[in-house]
Design a protein around this ligand. Structure first.
Ligand code: FPP
Length: 253
């Protein structure tokens, strides 16, 4: 069984893909939105628990108006086209980010699909839209402080206050389009993620490349800061505790 449960993708390279073909940048987004459906279907097929797609960052608001509005329209179109499939395939859908400034009908459609799919038990499908990783962390800290004034926060408190805690930590982050950055995406959840950067532009990204990357990364050894793949987290925690108390007693080893 694969250790990869949560895959997050930065769908980059749409604009350059279109420019190479002497088409406007938005053409790249239109072609890219078709790929989204294929990858969602493949994620479900390979048994992922969560798939998170970066569709619009907080920084993307500063793009030309026609590009911003095309991205909103593509989100709406996707939901209208895929709503029935999301529901019949037991997919639990959610948008994360600050979407209050999106067109009202798009917000209503998002809320409708979120509500209708809220009891699904299959793939957690998340679109990060008007999303920023730092803003998500600050929002979580403010929520915690408001409810628990003067209390020290733990890591698990913060994890539970992310937009979508049930999606879990990211196991694998894929970025298409050739750049090697994480661009303010899921900063908290990616602490131990494997990173994979492919030169393929998003409109050319295929199900076959997606599956190959998952298979390739499944074979990497993930040590989570340890020296080798120990069998379980309890064992690791015990070792750490024993090392700490040895040094606390003044050990000089
Ligand atoms: C980055 O490419 C991509 C985006 C900012 C948007 C990603 C959106 C889609 C793939 C389509 C949206 C679809 C749905 C269903 C919501 P870029 O424009 O920055 O590419 P570049 O680096 O080549 O300029």
């Amino acid at each position: 069984m694969s250790t990869i449960k949560h895959v997050a993708i930065i769908m980059d390279g749409n604009g350059r893909w279109a420019k190479k073909r002497f088409r406007p940048r938005i053409w790249g987004h239109v072609r890219g939105s078709g790929v989204v459906s294929d990858i969602v279907e493949a994620a479900d097929e390979v048994g992922l628990k969560s798939l998170t797609l970066y569709a619009f960052s907080t920084e993307n608001w500063s793009r030309p108006l026609d590009e911003v509005s095309t991205l909103f329209k593509l989100l709406k179109k996707f939901l209208m086209k895929e709503k029935a499939r999301i529901l019949s395939n037991n997919i639990k859908f959610k948008v994360i980010g600050e979407i209050a400034n999106l067109p009202k009908d798009t917000i209503n459609l998002i809320r409708d699909v979120e509500n209708l799919s809220s009891n699904a038990t299959g793939l957690n499908l998340t679109f990060a839209f008007s999303y920023g990783g730092r803003a998500e962390i600050v929002r979580a800290i403010n929520n915690f402080n408001e409810k628990n004034p003067g209390t020290a926060m733990t890591e698990s408190d913060l994890s539970s206050l992310m937009y979508r805690p049930e999606a879990g930590d990211v196991d694998l982050m894929i970025r298409t389009g050739g750049d090697q950055r994480i661009s303010n995406f899921l900063l908290w959840q990616m602490a131990y993620a494997e990173l994979f950067f492919t030169p393929t532009a998003w409109p050319d990204f295929s199900v076959s490349e997606f599956k190959k990357i998952i298979e390739h990364v499944s074979n990497r050894e993930r040590r989570f800061g340890n020296v080798s793949a120990q069998s379980g987290l309890d064992e690791t925690a015990e070792q750490a505790q024993s090392n700490k108390s040895l040094f606390a007693k003044g050990a000089n080893v």
